[in-house]
Unconditional design. Structure first.
Length: 522
């Protein structure tokens, strides 16, 4: 009996030294095997899509009072920005809460007036002229006009709901000294279930975490990337290694290593300011186009939305969840081969709707609070139809589908051309030595733009936002709604040196250039 016991120990010892068997990955329950979610910043639905056909946009006759206590000060109507540099909105919590009030939605301008500030700029909006890529994406895929920010105010709060379905521990304005503790995120669930994931970060700096933050110089990256506020995501190599620079997204597409779930946080392309609208569109266009051209297209979905209003106007009252309201509506679009073309979806959603979809699609335990009136993103997909071919998203006329280009002949052509050119130059040099005055050899087009076989066909560039006139010329009445017997709004100190990054916690400035003067309309 004792010999048998020792034999068992001897046989078990080598087994104990073997690594634990990997967790079998939970398979996707739908054809959507790869889900990518990009979070941008500080926009409302009416600010981007208030004039989009078929959407619940700006109501006729909209005019926000300058002062709720004085009707003689007039009101401000929505006006197109079209290349104008809007004023710095920079709303604090009190302004955002006052704008919504008890749901009356009538103090978007007046909230600024109460603080002695000019709030007319909140009524500015963009359209297809300024956002050509986004409007075309809405024409080809799905635009949501009932997608709300998860929290009424705050970048940290909204991004905490994005990953954990709940507000951040400690209230959100500041990260507690030890970080966010053991609050469960969707990435904890994915890791436990063996489902691959990554968090892509534009301009990622591994040193910028909550441990590097201070009251004087908070780490902006930890605001944009909530996982950098959890000690375990910093200390556990298995988790830390999944927070990577955005450049890995393109490498993963090329090498066949795209994870099942990917979150993306931008930096300079965040769209928080007017000058980053173009770079924001380019970022989204490049990511979507690369996905469309990859092997993953027919099994994927790409969603992007925004983490708060930034002070901009929106006319729809946010729904209540328990004893609080959601934030204002934000733009949100979904690109996938499993969505209807040109559909405006009116389902009430927020960032936690994506969490619900991930939980349902991979059979995960739910995280965070239950989401009240918001539904799962799953209803936006049409899984009964075969996957659509990828539609080109660019400016101007384009073919109906992308065609993968075999670049080998291209490189063969260029290689042959270079050999030919070299021969021509040698011949010309030799002949020139014998017969001066012979014309130089004809040049060959520059090939420096050709990189490698993983490159994709060019997509037309999103045009730059027109140059903004000098602020001294911005007071012309044609730049803003006409005014009648109402004094011009007061100026705001120059903020042209402000950074476009998220900056300090809850920094929701809508622009970082000098304010243009807007006047009230009676």
């Amino acid at each position: 009996m004792r010999a048998r016991t020792w034999l068992g120990v001897v046989l078990a010892a080598p087994l104990a030294l073997l690594p634990a068997a990997p967790v079998a990955a939970a398979p996707a329950r739908t054809p959507i095997e790869h889900f990518v979610y990009l979070m941008q910043g500080d926009r409302t639905f009416d600010n981007y899509f208030g004039t989009y056909p078929g959407a619940d946009g700006l109501p006729d006759g909209t005019c926000q009072a300058v002062d709720l206590t004085r009707s003689d000060r007039g009101c401000v109507r929505p006006y197109p920005l079209h290349g104008k540099q809007p004023p710095v909105l920079d709303p604090g919590r009190s302004i955002v809460e006052a704008q919504v009030g008890d749901g009356a939605m009538n103090a978007f301008v007046a909230a600024y007036t109460r603080q002695g500030r000019d709030g007319a700029g909140v009524m500015g909006y963009y359209d297809e002229q300024d956002l050509p890529y986004y409007w075309e994406a809405a024409d080809r895929y799905v635009l949501f006009d009932r997608f709300f920010a998860s929290a009424a105010y705050g970048i940290r709060q909204n991004r905490s709901y994005w990953v954990a379905g709940a507000p951040p521990p400690g209230g959100g304005d500041r990260v507690p000294p030890g970080g966010y503790g053991d609050q469960v995120t969707i990435f904890d669930r994915l890791q436990a279930a063996g489902v691959s994931w990554k968090f892509y970060v534009q301009d990622y700096n591994p040193a910028e975490t909550f441990r590097a933050a201070s009251d004087v110089d908070p780490a902006a990256q930890s605001v944009r990337v909530p996982l950098l506020n959890y000690a375990r995501f910093l200390d556990d190599p298995a988790l830390r290694g999944r927070i990577v620079d955005l450049s890995e997204y393109h490498r993963d597409l090329d090498q066949g290593t795209l994870p099942a779930v990917a979150y993306v946080a931008s930096s300079g392309s965040s769209e928080r300011s007017a000058r980053s609208l173009t770079s924001g569109q380019r970022l989204v266009r490049d990511m979507v186009t690369q996905l469309q051209l990859s092997q993953y297209w027919k099994r994927s979905a790409f969603l992007w939305s925004y983490d708060g209003s930034g002070g901009w106007y929106d006319h729809v009252t946010p729904p209540k969840v328990a004893d609080r309201r959601l934030g204002l509506r934000v733009p949100a679009l979904l690109v996938s081969p499993y969505v209807a073309e040109g559909r405006v979806d009116h389902t009430t959603l927020d960032a936690t709707s994506a969490l619900r979809f991930i939980e349902e699609n991979w059979g995960l335990q739910p995280v965070g609070e239950r989401r009240g009136p918001t539904a799962s993103l799953a209803a936006a997909f049409d899984l009964t139809a075969p996957p659509r071919e990828p539609a080109v998203l660019g400016i101007g006329p384009a073919p109906s589908a992308l065609v993968r280009v075999d670049v080998a002949p291209v490189y063969g052509f260029y290689g042959g051309a270079m050999v030919l050119v070299l021969g021509v130059f040698i011949f010309a040099a030799a002949r020139g030595a014998r017969a001066p005055g012979v014309p130089d050899a004809i040049g060959v087009p520059d090939t420096s733009g050709v990189s490698n076989a993983s490159d994709v066909p060019d997509v037309p560039d999103v045009p730059d936002v027109p140059d903004v006139p000098d602020a001294s010329d911005a007071t012309d009445a044609s730049d803003v709604p006409d005014a009648t017997d109402v004094p011009a709004a007061s100026g705001v100190p120059d903020a042209s040196g402000a950074s476009d990054a998220a900056g300090s916690p809850d920094s929701t400035g809508a622009s970082d250039a000098p304010e243009t003067t807007a006047e009230a309309v009676v």
